[in-house]
Design a protein around this ligand. Structure first.
Ligand SMILES: *[C@@H]1O[C@H](CO)[C@@H](O)[C@H](O)[C@H]1NC(C)=O
Ligand SMILES: *[C@@H]1O[C@H](CO)[C@@H](O)[C@H](O)[C@H]1NC(C)=O
Ligand SMILES: *[C@@H]1O[C@H](CO)[C@@H](O)[C@H](O)[C@H]1NC(C)=O
Length: 190
């Protein structure tokens, strides 16, 4: 009898343990989730800065990390993949104050017209935005005067952000490939 009780007790214990591991998700009602995520009022923020993509010289900020066997024959350099750590500055001059860095990948993803795919994190380093990031992911037809790319998320001040980035080439050296791009970003966050 004692043995049976012990077995039953152990069985119950193991059930409790198993059950506690099954709680790997939790759904909350609309009334509760805003509070539990510590979300404040929804607000919109505009950011304006310049992106410096330096691919030439002694201190490039973006470097080729991969390409396909046919990239060099492609009119759009299809398949080339770059890793960047590009400064973001207040003004267009290379000496202008740095407000963040654009870190991540861009590559040629269109075989006919120049179309880059951008997958980057914009990490800000100034003021209340210091340490916060925005994630940008989308197609960038870099030869077009104005481009629009989605902001798909963020961290820090920009938690749960969504928005749009507008980009316009400010300066481009066709010999070196170096470029300065003006960005206007509008994000909705909390
Ligand atoms: C940004 O944050 C880092 C890390 O906390 C700190 O070292 C740096 O001084 C800060 N920069 C500014 C401009 O506040
Ligand atoms: C950013 O906004 C300013 C002010 O409205 C405008 O002059 C500029 O052309 C815009 N740039 C881009 C890349 O959208
Ligand atoms: C463009 O790049 C080439 C090659 O690096 C350089 O010789 C030239 O001075 C650059 N032009 C400008 C306007 O910076």
């Amino acid at each position: 009898m004692r043995k049976l009780l012990l077995v039953l007790f152990l069985l119950l214990l193991s059930l409790i343990v198993v059950q506690s591991h099954e709680n790997w998700y939790a759904t909350q009602t609309k009334d509760n989730w805003r509070q539990s995520l510590a979300l404040g009022e929804e607000k919109s923020t505009q950011l304006h800065f310049y992106f410096h993509d330096i691919v030439s010289g002694k201190k490039p900020t973006a470097m080729k990390i991969a390409q396909t066997s046919t990239t060099n024959q492609s009119p759009t350099l299809f398949g080339i993949l770059m890793m960047a750590d590009d400064p973001l500055t207040q003004g267009p001059e290379p000496t202008s104050k740095i407000v963040g860095r654009a870190q991540g990948l861009y590559g040629s993803a269109d075989q006919e017209k120049l179309g880059l795919i951008l997958a980057m994190s914009f990490k800000f380093t100034e003021g209340i935005y210091n340490g916060s990031t925005l994630s940008i992911f989308g197609r960038n037809p870099a030869l077009q005067l104005e481009r629009e790319m989605p902001i798909v998320g963020g961290t820090g001040v920009f938690r749960y952000a969504r928005g749009v980035a507008l980009a316009k080439t400010n300066w481009f050296n066709t010999t070196s490939g170096d470029a300065i791009v003006e960005y206007n970003i509008t994000v909705i966050h909390y």
